[in-house]
Design a protein around this ligand. Structure first.
Ligand code: DON
Length: 341
């Protein structure tokens, strides 16, 4: 890692500002009629979310105003999307090898709250984007107390967003009262020597990080910071290194959409992370990021409208990281996923 050359620009560039603006509006219009999926309710207060909400936002890595459509300013709890950004903060602190060895970088192929995945891997969490791996990651956040660790997380995620993020106390209390499974996972990790701290304190910091309030706009700016090699394109502040961004995006590509990660990469071709409250952030290295919010999620916990809008934008903006040239804009008659009818 000492001999690396800082090269943070991917192939191609985004279309001109007006065209991105028009395509963001088109993505919203195409996906908003879809009512598939259900609002998550295993954290009781999430069931109260308005299923009609739908926001789309594109933030460009080159900076400038964001492209915000619909309910892009509506706040919701970030939930699992926090895992990506806490992972980046922990990589920044401890480095590539330590985090890879301690937490892992592979997809478990099992649901995000799986206990058996831990057992099957002799207590190794394997994947930092599922609950076991995220708890092991949060246990590596620097700080002498859980209050300090929580402040490190809140400050770090706020720097990614370019504004101070606040805790949603109602969501935090609702999840704290019902997260027996996460407490069990943390104790299981402790039994395997994977968590050095008090497991319940780790769960508490993790539950707080999941309850931070963000909007689709925040997600786009947070993602654009990863796309921009660690520099927030709105504030100009360096949050993490370019190396950490590459590590984080590689992990997101492999694991960010749970057991649907392969399908997501095959169809959409972007590293991304979803949360059960309905957010998705998808990152186009060197170009920018898409933040979406719509509360109806599929069985894997990924927002249905968010997936459709992101699929459309990936094709229309030519973002697929596996494409060697920009794709033509989506044709008339294509469905919301961008496929020709
Ligand atoms: O730990 C949990 O279960 C939640 N705080 C986060 C889960 C989540 O967002 C999964 N997403 N699809």
């Amino acid at each position: 890692m000492t001999d690396e050359v800082e090269q943070e620009v991917s192939t191609g560039s985004l279309p001109v500002w007006d065209q991105v603006e028009r395509l963001a509006q088109e993505a919203h219009a195409r996906a908003r009629g879809h009512d598939e999926g259900v609002v998550a309710d295993y954290i009781p207060v999430l069931a109260e979310a308005d299923p009609s909400l739908f926001g789309v936002c594109v933030a460009e890595a080159r900076g400038g105003p964001v492209h915000a459509v619909g309910d892009a300013a509506v706040e919701f709890s970030v939930q699992s999307i926090s895992k990506a950004f806490v992972y980046a903060l922990v990589c920044e602190e401890h480095g590539h090898e330590m985090v890879r060895d301690r937490v892992g970088v592979n997809n478990t192929g099992l649901s995000f709250n799986s206990v058996i995945a831990v057992e099957l891997n002799d207590g190794h969490p394997m994947n930092p984007m599922v609950n076991a791996g995220a708890l092991a990651t949060t246990a590596l956040v620097p700080g002498a107390s859980s209050a300090e660790r929580w402040e490190h997380v809140r400050t770090g995620l706020s720097r990614f967003a370019g504004r101070r993020l606040e805790l949603d106390g109602v969501v935090y209390r609702s999840e704290s009262a019902t997260n027996t499974r996460n407490k069990a996972i943390a104790r299981l990790l402790q039994s395997y020597g994977r968590i050095d701290l008090d497991p319940l304190e780790v769960v508490d910091v993790y539950t707080r990080q999941c309850a931070l309030r963000v909007s689709a706009r925040d997600l786009a700016v947070m993602g654009a910071t990863l796309a921009d090699g660690g520099v927030n394109p709105v504030t100009g502040e360096r949050v993490v290194s370019g190396q950490v961004c590459r590590d984080t995006l590689a992990v997101l590509a492999a694991t960010g959409m749970y057991e649907r990660s392969g399908e997501w990469l095959f169809e959409i071709g972007l590293p991304a992370k979803s949360g059960v409250s309905g957010g998705i952030v998808a990152i186009a290295p060197g170009k920018g990021a898409i933040g979406t919010f719509s509360p109806r999620v599929d069985p894997a916990g990924n927002s249905v409208r968010g997936r459709l809008a992101t699929a459309y934008l990936s094709r229309a903006l030519g973002l697929n990281v596996f494409a060697s040239s920009a794709q033509p804009s989506v044709q008339r008659g294509a469905d919301a996923s961008g496929r020709r009818a």
